[in-house]
Design a protein around this ligand. Structure first.
Ligand code: AMP
Length: 561
């Protein structure tokens, strides 16, 4: 497919607001695509260059993109940023910049299309290949090469193509097509059951691949297996209470809630890899953890667990663990400071067999049978006082709380539901994306002082309020350092930020609010911590905010329905 056609489709989608109409339109297109274009189209249209499981990351921030543009048009970086601020969107700005571009080969003449001798027509595959090459160029030394590849892409793009190319490179297509719509469109295009598509997506974590299997036929889709070294999204938990869990399920499995970092361990034969919660390969950063797990089992496995840092028998704060996950150098010195202890609580794959459809209690039997150490202790029961005592034991030992799990539940990758409940003392918190900020005042005028936060709904980010309290001076500085290179546009005191950073925010109550697009706002929001172990796809959904709002009313808090 020509990239121009893709851009035209994106433009059409931007003008459709009904989910059904979008699904119908996309399914019609999917049905007509060949094997080569189908997976790329599916990826790109959902605003992703690589599937979530892939270790490849594009790693181009707005600044590199702007620098590349300065080499395509006769404008400085600050001219470009001015246009972006005026338009309020990188895609629209890039489109208008190219529309007004003076053709450098024929000075004085405006050109809407490239006329260079070397111009080539972009198609999905050529764009993908260039972006893949960029992702393979690591480190600062390769900046020049990255710049030249991006420059060449824009030199060959018409203004409309450039609009969506820029947004694609920043992985924020803004056409409102999330995974849900794409799953429905795949099911419709190839006349397969949506639940089969959903199941295959959970296992493969790759919508392009799922579309290819659906195209081949129902049986291929139904026969999906998870594979070592192809990380699976992590199953997620929602807040709950011991009383609720017992009332709804009778008997539950309780485990400590460890305050460390989630990991997924894959082993096949002699090869093993560790992945973080964001599915990044962190094997090299955690050699002793890999060694421990290798020692614990000789089987081919995919294990799910949490690793914590321990000194003098007590868990250290979760930030300590994250430092290890991010570490590239000086690992040996840090190994001496504290011990990293993995706790494994689930098994998804064993010696060629996919286990995620088995009930938790069956998976647990496999786990205990194949792992000689590191299994997270579990208590099973239906007596609230026994579970309460286990909860206290967990807190006394310095852990975060309790996880309650439904014994009959399958492992549902990427799904936050009632089958895993987290119980923590203290305030309610939510994980939200930072999508904007406002410059601070007084001694904080050179830093951001307040942050606009968003939840997600079907791939769209919806604002739910601002947070300005709870930060120490060091934290504000740290956050500023992380965000400053991701500013997309600025107007007055407000900046628009490329969404990638997640804040955990405490609040006293969820309120209805006409001021934010989500329809909700948080009362007394307080910054708790940066969750750099979490990706944008992990943040709170609009549905779960609605759920929290409803629950408040049933607990007699004001603000409920
Ligand atoms: P939260 O990060 O607050 O949404 O809580 C869920 C997280 O708790 C999971 O993603 C895990 O990283 C972590 N966790 C700690 N202990 C457990 C456990 N026993 N079972 C499942 N998740 C756990």
């Amino acid at each position: 497919m020509k990239f121009l056609e893709f851009a035209r489709i994106c433009e059409q989608m931007e003008n459709i607001s009904g989910r059904l109409e979008m699904t119908e339109k996309i399914s019609g297109i999917l049905a007509g695509l060949d094997e080569r274009d189908l997976p790329l189209f599916v990826q790109f249209l959902t605003g992703k260059i690589f599937p979530d499981w892939s270790p490849e990351k594009i790693g181009i921030g707005p600044n590199l993109l702007f620098d590349a543009l300065t080499q395509v048009v006769d404008l400085t970086r600050s001219d470009i940023i001015d246009v972006i601020n005026r338009k309020g969107d990188v895609g629209l700005a890039v489109q208008s910049i190219l529309e007004n571009k003076k053709d450098t080969k024929r000075p004085g003449r405006a050109s809407t299309f490239q006329t260079s001798l070397f111009s080539r027509e972009l198609d999905l595959l050529s764009v993908y290949s260039d972006l893949e090459r960029i992702s393979r160029l690591g480190g600062r030394a390769s900046q020049a090469e990255k710049l030249s590849l991006i420059r060449s892409l824009f030199q060959n793009a018409s203004p409309l193509e450039a609009k969506y190319l820029a947004r694609l490179i920043l992985e924020d297509l803004r056409i409102g097509i999330g995974e849900g719509i794409m799953r429905d469109a795949i099911a419709r295009a190839f006349s397969v059951d949506p639940s089969l598509v959903e199941r295959a997506y959970q296992a493969l974590n790759d919508l392009g691949e799922v579309a290819l299997l659906a195209r081949k036929g129902r049986d291929f889709l139904a026969d999906v297996h998870i594979m070592p070294f192809h990380p699976v999204k992590m199953m997620l938990a929602q807040q709950g209470s011991i009383a609720q869990a017992i009332a709804e399920n009778g008997t539950v499995a309780a485990e400590y809630k460890y305050d460390g970092s989630r990991f997924q361990f894959h082993r096949q034969g002699k090869k093993s890899r560790m992945y973080s919660r964001k599915l990044e390969d962190v094997t090299d950063a955690l050699p002793e953890v890999v060694e421990t797990l290798n020692r614990a089992t000789p089987h081919d496995v995919i294990l799910d667990g949490e690793v914590i840092a321990i000194r003098d028998g007590r868990p250290l704060p979760f930030q300590t663990v994250l430092r290890r996950f991010r570490r590239k150098y000086g690992i040996e010195a840090m190994q001496k400071e504290f011990m990293m202890q993995p706790f494994v609580f689930d098994i998804l794959y064993l010696d060629g067999k996919t286990l995620i459809d088995l009930p938790l209690q069956e998976r647990r039997k496999h786990l205990e049978a194949v792992l000689s150490e590191c299994v997270a202790p579990q208590t099973v029961g239906g007596d609230a006082s026994v579970i309460e005592a286990f909860y206290r034991e967990s807190l006394d030992a310095g852990h975060e709380g309790l996880m309650l799990k439904v014994l009959s539940s399958s492992y549902t990758p990427g799904i936050r539901g009632k089958n895993w409940l987290k119980i923590k003392p203290g305030v309610d918190t939510m994980d939200l994306a930072v999508i904007g900020a406002e410059w601070g005042e007084g001694k904080r005028a050179h830093l951001f002082g307040s942050f606009l936060l968003a939840c997600q709904d079907e791939g769209e980010l919806l604002p739910v309020g601002k947070v300005a309290t709870g930060f120490s001076d060091e934290q504000l500085l740290e956050v500023y350092e992380v965000l400053k290179d991701h500013v997309i546009a600025e107007s007055g005191k407000e900046v628009h930020i490329e969404p990638f950073l997640v804040f955990e925010v405490g609040y006293s109550e969820v309120q209805k609010s006409p001021n934010y697009k989500s329809g909700f706002a948080l009362r007394f929001p307080r910054f708790v911590r940066v969750r750099d172990d979490k990706a944008i796809s992990d943040i709170e959904t609009l549905d779960s905010i609605k759920e929290r709002y409803k629950k408040q009313s049933s607990q007699g808090k004001p603000g409920g329905e």
